[in-house]
Design a protein around this ligand. Sequence first.
Ligand SMILES: NC(=O)c1ccc[n+]([C@@H]2O[C@H](COP(=O)([O-])OP(=O)(O)OC[C@H]3O[C@@H](n4cnc5c(N)ncnc54)[C@H](O)[C@@H]3O)[C@@H](O)[C@H]2O)c1
Length: 301
Amino acid sequence: MKSFKEKVAVITGAGSGMGRYLAVLLAKDGADVVVCDVNEETLNETVEMLRKYNVSVSSHVLDVADKEAIEELPEKVIEQHGKVDLVFNNAGVTTGSHFKDMDEDNWDWVMGINLGGVINSTRAFIPHMIDRPEAAIVNTSSIFGMVAVPGQTVYHATKFAVRGFTESLALEMADTNPNLQIHCVHPGHIGTNIASTARMDEEEFNKNLEERKNSIFTRGAPDSLEEMGNQFREGGMHPSKAANIILNGVKKNKRRIFIGLDAKLLDLSQRLFPKHYHKTWAFFMPFMLLFRDKKQLKSLD
Ligand SMILES: NC(=O)c1ccc[n+]([C@@H]2O[C@H](COP(=O)([O-])OP(=O)(O)OC[C@H]3O[C@@H](n4cnc5c(N)ncnc54)[C@H](O)[C@@H]3O)[C@@H](O)[C@H]2O)c1
């Protein structure tokens, strides 16, 4: 796909982070955008950011885990914009807890959004996209869909599943409908609000504080949940840069889109050491810090 001009793009989780900047960059490239989020306030902020572009914009407050709401969406989009060319299944959440201590509601919440949301939306939109001359479904997994760490069982369960689902779908479409591109996105650390909005139990957080401070995975861990959210947002690649990498990956028809040096090195570690990759990270980490490009923390503009 060479250009997004005059395409119609649907983006879930467009009220923040990568989803917001996908919407902005697509509008900048001349696409009409349909932004969706469960958070009305932040979604409206995104709509405000889109006003300066001369494209048609519509917004929908919805929960991607709500199958019925998603099933109704394609009709609404087609009524307003006439077609659907691009769908970015980007909405995602997390929770931090060891599996044995995890509240079942939190498990279901993450599964419903990160995996259920991707499947609901793909199922609802595919019939309207298979006959488009150029179209793409872009599902966001994570580098945590390639490698696993402790304390993220449900996130891994969803992100490994999104990857499997998307790769299988890509093979099906390559055979039957090559005009419909299927992409799986694997971001490394992107500086967004995902850690601030994660469902974390404060008591649980404090209970494992010492363990985290001493672990290779979480050394230098923050002292409070708020600090954790701030550190996460300030320490990762700016979401506008990540969104730009996703859109370039779609233009180049890359099935797997890795974002950031951390994602690429972690992926390399599991290719080289499929069973013991986590043991290599003490070696990889200094390279990640050494070659970390400070410019990545700043916005694209
Ligand atoms: N930030 C990272 O380091 C990182 C790394 C790997 C993968 N990801 C993935 O990238 C995607 C985007 O996350 P982000 O980092 O930009 O986070 P973010 O928190 O900044 O944005 C996520 C958006 O999804 C929305 N959302 C949450 N639940 C929803 C629901 N039920 N229905 C509709 N919208 C909902 C939120 O309101 C928010 O606006 C997610 O799938 C996430 O898992 C993020």
